[in-house]
Design a protein around this ligand. Structure first.
Ligand SMILES: *Cc1c(COP(=O)(O)O)cnc(C)c1O
Length: 217
């Protein structure tokens, strides 16, 4: 199945980049996919998935988790502050921390619960007006603010502009993570995950190459 092909490509890209085999986590992005396709990937043994919408994830994952045991699900879509509580209960990681109000809410929830999902700060590396994410020039200050709230960060995430080569964005994100002492790099999708691995990605988010094209509506 496509999952095995993509896993093999991830391992080959790790080897080509001189990375430790298994050091890159493949997040199978299951948003909007029919349950039957998700089930096939679970039955093949995969246990790490990505979702974009809190409500969709809430409808889908409690049942699959009851059936398949522990499955890690990462939130990779924009997160409204009023859904943060649901999100920290549902997800093992949130890749889209992109503003102070959300960071403050997550810090409060972490304190109340005594634990918190892994957190990635989304960076708008292309400074695109329509795209979420902290602007590169504001990033170091934002990270310092998060740390001042006792919010522990796992890494950075980006979605490069569609019309540009991704490579320079991946390299730039890796440099921002390194200078802030962050190990996690969530970058690379179906079309460019090998380039992301070459640039140091620790988490690649691959949807359509595993599940087939998404059909909305
Ligand atoms: C949908 C989505 C992906 C997966 O995209 P594909 O091109 O289908 O691999 C990855 N990251 C984010 C943030 C997404 O919204």
């Amino acid at each position: 199945m496509a999952l095995q092909v993509i896993l093999a490509r991830v391992r080959a890209a790790e080897a080509a980049a001189g990375r430790i085999l298994g050091s890159v986590q493949l997040i199978a992005v299951s948003k909007v996919q029919p349950d039957a396709r998700v089930r096939e990937v679970l039955e093949a043994g995969h246990r790490l998935f990505g979702e974009n919408y809190v409500q969709e994830a809430q409808a889908k994952w409690p049942g699959f988790r009851a059936e398949f045991g522990s499955v890690a699900v990462h939130m990779i879509g924009p997160l409204q502050t009023n859904k943060a509580k649901l999100a920290v209960e549902l997800f093992d990681a949130i890749h889209t921390v992109d503003r102070a109000s959300l960071a403050e809410k997550l810090a409060k929830l972490a304190q109340a619960r005594g634990r918190c999902p892994q957190l990635f700060v989304q960076v708008n590396t292309g400074a695109e007006p329509q795209k979420a994410g902290v602007l590169p020039e504001a990033l170091d200050g934002f990270i310092a603010d998060c740390r001042a709230m006792d919010l522990s960060l796992a890494g950075l995430m980006c979605i490069p502009p569609e019309a540009e080569a991704s490579g320079p964005h991946f390299t730039a994100l890796a440099a921002m993570a390194a200078r802030n002492g962050l190990a996690g790099l969530s970058m690379g999708m179906s079309g460019d995950f090998e380039a992301a691995i070459a640039a140091g990605a620790t988490h690649v988010r691959v949807g359509s190459a595993i599940f087939g094209a998404r059909r909305y509506g």
